[in-house]
Design a protein around this ligand. Structure first.
Ligand SMILES: Nc1ncnc2c1ncn2[C@@H]1O[C@H](COP(=O)(O)OP(=O)(O)OP(=O)(O)O)[C@@H](O)[C@H]1O
Ligand code: NI
Length: 307
């Protein structure tokens, strides 16, 4: 299943202001490929994901298109009705791997009951036990309540639920929040396997190391816009956008130097490049918003010297 997002923008009306949460995002996620969407907290990653799932609140205005190619006719997620999104899309075409499985699960029911319910609602071709086995859970694990599951086991239950309806696209929004490094790596390896079986995967994370482990491609988001996209190796080793270079250098296993300053408020974005106020390479040209060209939206792009 291929996802083709083009010119996606999301605005929120709030008292006295407009939040520009996503601006003209365009990207594709292909079967058997994993795209990681990375960027600092608050840049619009989750809003973008919620727009695809039809889960934004009523104060949101969405423009652009997000076509899901699932066989015959492409389906535009942004113009689909709530009924189509609920009955055909969520769970069946797009599986959601939640941020925090332990809190996503209902505390008062066993893992088995919740998995069985998902299988029933989605008309799953699999039994709960088959799905459990697929994700390395034993029958006994399924009889536990969420608070009796370790973080890693809760993650597996969440994966089993997400896969119950055989979705062709998986959307994972910060799936490793609160997990320690070995569990992050295991979770990424499972995601990679699911991807290698032919699913398209969109991973949202601010963990570049996690992204590096699983992603084929990386899209970097800053203050509501995608600023650089490309093959994961290229983005991490030869970043061209100064923001990407800053993110890479901020990693603990790299220079560990944070980007100075803070991102702008999404209610008061500057007229030009939103990164210019923090950018070591800013120049006069940056007073207008750079177009995305050849995978990078920067007037001053080029191989950036590494710290
Ligand atoms: N319903 C809403 N009304 C107004 N503003 C909203 C609404 N939902 C989200 N926002 C704003 O949209 C912006 C983007 O938020 P989003 O949750 O997408 O960030 P994120 O990149 O996922 O961050 P994080 O990495 O912390 O999860 C934030 O400024 C947030 O306050
Ligand atoms: Ni988020």
């Amino acid at each position: 299943m291929k996802l083709d997002v083009s010119g996606l923008s999301v605005r929120f009306r709030v008292p006295g202001a407009v939040v520009r949460a996503v601006t003209e995002a365009s990207f594709q996620v292909r079967p058997g490929r994993c795209l990681a969407l990375v960027g600092e907290s608050g840049c619009g990653k989750s809003v973008l994901a919620h727009a695809l799932l039809g889960l934004l609140p009523a104060n949101a205005t969405i423009t652009g298109s997000a076509r899901l190619h699932a066989g015959d006719e492409p389906l535009d997620l942004l113009s689909a009705t709530p009924a189509v999104l609920a009955k055909r899309v969520r769970g069946r075409m797009i599986g959601l791997i939640p941020q925090s499985p332990a809190t996503h699960l209902t505390p008062v029911r066993t893992a088995r009951a919740q998995l069985a319910e998902a299988c029933g609602e989605l008309g799953s071709r699999h039994t709960p036990d088959e799905l459990a086995e697929r994700f390395g859970l034993r029958a006994g694990d399924l009889d536990r309540y969420p608070h009796e599951l370790s973080g890693g086991m809760a993650q597996r239950v969440a994966n089993a639920i997400a896969l119950a309806g055989d979705p062709g696209l998986l959307l994972a929004d910060e799936p490793t929040t609160g997990l320690d490094r070995p569990l992050v790596e295991r979770a990424m390896d499972v995601l990679r396997e699911l991807c290698d079986e032919g699913r398209a995967v969109l991973l949202i994370t601010h963990d570049l190391r996690a992204a590096e482990r699983v992603a084929d491609d990386i899209a970097v988001m800053y203050a509501s816009r995608l600023v650089e996209t490309g093959p994961a190796g290229q983005i991490l080793e030869r970043p061209r956008h100064p923001y990407t270079a800053g993110l890479v250098d901020a990693q603990p296993d790299r220079a560990f130097v944070p980007i100075p300053g803070l991102p702008p408020e999404l209610t008061a974005l500057p007229d030009g490049c939103a990164f210019a106020p923090r950018c070591p390479r800013a120049a006069d040209a940056c007073r207008t918003v750079p177009a995305m060209e050849d995978g990078v939206a920067c007037w001053r792009a080029g191989h950036v010297a590494r710290a």
